[in-house]
Design a protein around this ligand. Sequence first.
Ligand code: HSE
Length: 304
Amino acid sequence: MTNILVKIPATSANLGPGFDTLGMALSYYDQFEAQTIDSGLEFEIHGEGEKDIPRDQSNLIYQTIKLVFSKFDKQVPAIKITCHNNIPHGRGMGSSGAAVAGGVMLAAGLLLPEIELTEQQLLDFATEIEGHPDNVAPALFGGLTIAWNDESGPHHKKLTVHRGVSPLVLVPPNQMSTKLARSLQPESVPHTDAVFNVSRSALLVAALTQSPELLFAATEDRLHQNYRASAMPETSKLIEALRAEGHPAVVSGAGPSVLVLEDDPVHRLEAMRFVAKEFSTWNAMPLAVDFKGASLERQLGSGS
Ligand code: HSE
């Protein structure tokens, strides 16, 4: 019997101007387990999505494990997958990225000791399933990640976030589909807006790693948030209200959650007080930046 346990952080992608490029791992986790069994495929799902997540071969974690095994011409063994899901679903906190990163890590554990996956393979396989690397890169590697694609596939650079940076995620009761959000993006944007985002995303890397006092200017965006605003009016309202008070608020991933990248914990507390008073249906989650990323434990036993 082999038992693989993985722990995957939530992630926030885009971070304002860094559309499909920047992402950050946060101290909130899903935990998945794959245990070899005598035959078949079994699931045990707890927490988020426990009522509606498929418990068959169409399950995203299973699909990901299967893809990784197919890369090595291997069949997935009979397994039981157990999920402890904490990351809210459909909220822009990287729950699907966590499932995909989790599936890749479970596969990596199941393939040991015969095959040892490299970091690049983990990212390649996860991006192939997820479609873009900005959530799976920080979910796998932690910290702040810059992700990009070229003809050879996805790449990433991991950076350490300045210790003053104090993330706050504000989660609404409703969900938003990433597919819908992506369908609202235009085919092209004005050159001035492209230049605007180049300047802000370059500044954002400096603000997050060295100069958090620049976070307000660095989190401005013209590439995606306005185009998607009609699909999440409450999110836009909250971001506008927070920014009017001087808080660096952006849409978290494809939304509808809001990420506030404060430059110190006192400002974060002020933002939380403001939200509790004016937007009380939103759940405030003050989180740390996770620097470790996905972790894996492999247990070997004599029976199931
Ligand atoms: N960069 C992605 C988007 C993140 O905004 O569509 C959500 O998966």
